[in-house]
Ligand binder design. Structure first.
Ligand code: FAD
Ligand code: FES
Length: 509
């Protein structure tokens, strides 16, 4: 199988096992009812739902379908990362209840699309369990249980997660959650989109969106797409330089895939309330394998703020081995990026700064399967002029009045990153950068991002992020230059791997 081009050096279990057809780049100018930018779960869901309503859709992706975070997820459908107790305190019981039913509706929508389009993606309803990291956290579990019941979620309290080989202590069972293979799902959505008359172009990066009276023009390196409506589903918007990026923060999260004997564990989802926290799912492999795969993630940190994060895989492995004595070899290690919204609710709907015809799906947090599906549902209704019960709840233009203190702390963290400008380089000359390592080198008033590859070639770039000018940091696990301010990432050739930046780091001789 050809390796899929993705936005990092690590390979997820999905990228290792599912391949996509190549979609050729846009060759000429084109026209559509809707142009969707981004071929992850957000973009493909929106494109598919719009194509079902007879809209002519063109979808473009800078790389290929699934190249972004959807190819790196662990793909649980589970309750909000921001717990119901916190959501209730911030938004009130009625709104927290609306959030709960939006989650159920999104998961049901995925299940019904899979049924309707006959997508073979191992979709499975499973129970999810939230448990306390230690006895000092038992009260949090009680509070969350009460809040979940008040907002109308059918939960149950148990003294132990069933079928798990370590003592978990009290936990909350959330029934009827789900999991699937995210790339097989994307593949099915893409095939259905094409059957419905949609067009998909790969290796086509949107560089900007121009606003005209009755239509938008999406400018790419190969041609322009003219459409009355545009959906920006690029995980974090590249077209909005500031507004949304002050309302969300970019984190990296780490996953390992560990073999366990067949049927040694029940198919469940579980997550704890620690900091750092861990999330677990069991991936049942196909019948010819004689093992299952336990996927365990966590040890998150802000993007660009740990240059050597490999220790995080080791810490997750240690955590697994201490709790799951049947754990065998570690077959996969990968990481990815998550956009955390300041108030816990995603940004799904009209782009705050544009006229009514540009839509955005972002702020997905660790609930991207749900939020992005919901985003596709909301923007479809907005484009078709239909009512949607969740539009104002997830409006990207809303003011952040909830989670205000976290919001202020994130802003302070971002501002402090600009102090990198007055620090010296990490090494004093280009020659000092070790092989297969990257480092910042001071060059007069300039800062250079220098990578020394395995063959001895030195790659020299400007270290100034093309979004809003922070200094990028090397990420040795993904061999990329990551920006600590709003989560942009660049390859060692300077290419944009993740927004909000849309222009590459400039190459220096
Ligand atoms: C390790 C990990 C574990 C996770 N676990 C879970 C989980 O268990 N449950 C859950 O619900 N969520 C989880 N998430 C979150 C979830 O995976 C993401 O929120 C979701 O996949 C984001 O989908 P997306 O479509 O918004 O973005 P992406 O999948 O990143 O898609 C965006 C696409 O846009 C393209 N693009 C970017 N810029 C441009 C441009 N300018 N022009 C054209 N194309 C462009 C990219 O190439 C990419 O293909 C996890 C994430 C990670 C990293
Ligand atoms: S991502 Fe905003 S300055 Fe780099």
């Amino acid at each position: 199988m050809q390796p899929t081009i993705t936005n990092g050096a690590s390979t997820s279990i999905w990228h290792a096992t599912v391949s996509f057809p190549d979609f050729s780049p846009l060759q000429n100018n084109a026209q559509a009812d809707v142009c969707v930018i981004g071929g992850g779960i957000a973009g493909l869901t929106a494109a598919y739902l719009l194509s079902k309503q007879q809209k002519k859709v063109i979808l473009i992706d800078a790389f290929t379908l699934g190249a972004g975070e959807t190819g790196r997820t662990t793909a649980h459908f589970f309750p909000p990362d921001e717990w119901y107790a916190a959501l209730e305190e911030s938004f009130g019981t009625d709104h927290a209840s609306l959030i709960a039913n939006s989650y159920a509706a999104a998961t049901d929508t995925v299940e019904s699309i899979i049924g309707m389009e006959q997508i073979d993606c191992a979709f499975q309803r499973v129970d999810g369990y939230l448990y306390a990291l230690s006895s000092s956290h038992y009260m949090d579990i009680d509070q969350e249980f009460d809040a979940a019941r008040r907002v109308g979620v059918a939960v149950e309290k148990l003294e132990q997660i069933p079928g798990i080989p370590f003592v978990t202590g009290p936990c909350i069972r959330f029934p009827h959650q789900a999991q699937f293979d995210p790339l097989k799902y994307l593949k099915g959505l893409a095939e259905a989109l094409v059957r419905n008359g949609g067009a998909i172009y790969g290796n086509t990066r949107a560089l900007k969106i121009e606003d005209h009276d009755n239509y938008q023009t999406v400018c790419t390196q190969h041609g322009k797409i003219r459409a009355p409506a545009v959906v920006v589903a690029t995980n974090t918007p590249f077209n909005d330089r500031v507004v949304l990026h002050t309302k969300q923060a970019a984190y990296r999260t780490y996953v390992i895939g560990v073999r366990v004997p067949l049927n040694a564990l029940p198919p469940i989802l579980m997550w704890d309330n620690g900091d750092p926290y861990y999330y677990v799912r069991l991936e049942l492999r196909n019948p010819e394998c004689d093992y299952d795969m336990l996927l365990v993630g966590g040890r998150d940190h802000k993007v660009g703020q740990d240059p050597h994060p490999e220790h995080r895989y080791d810490e997750i492995e240690q955590w697994v081995r201490e709790r799951f004595p049947m754990a065998q070899s570690v077959d996969y290690r990968w990481s990815g990026e998550i956009m955390e919204p300041a108030d816990g609710a995603a940004f799904l709907g009209r782009n705050p700064l544009d006229n009514d015809n540009v839509y955005v799906i972002s702020g997905d947090s660790g609930n991207g399967m749900t939020h992005c599906t919901l985003g596709g549902m909301i923007v479809t209704d907005l484009i078709l002029g239909r009512k949607n019960p969740w539009t104002s709840l997830y409006d990207p233009g809303r003011k952040i009045t909830h989670g205000f203190f976290e919001f202020v702390a994130e802003q302070a963290n971002t501002l402090s990153q600009y102090s990198d400008w007055v620090k010296g380089g990490e090494v004093s000359s280009i020659r000092e950068v070790p092989r297969q390592e990257g480092a910042i080198v001071q060059d007069g008033a300039d800062k250079l991002a220098v990578y020394h590859d395995a063959e001895g070639k030195v790659h020299v770039l400007s270290a100034v992020c093309t979004h809003l000018g922070c200094i990028v940091h090397f990420n040795s696990a993904e061999r990329s230059w990551d920006c600590p301010c709003h989560g942009s990432r660049f390859g060692i050739d300077g290419e944009v791997l993740h927004g909000p930046a849309s222009a590459p780091l400039s190459i220096r001789k």
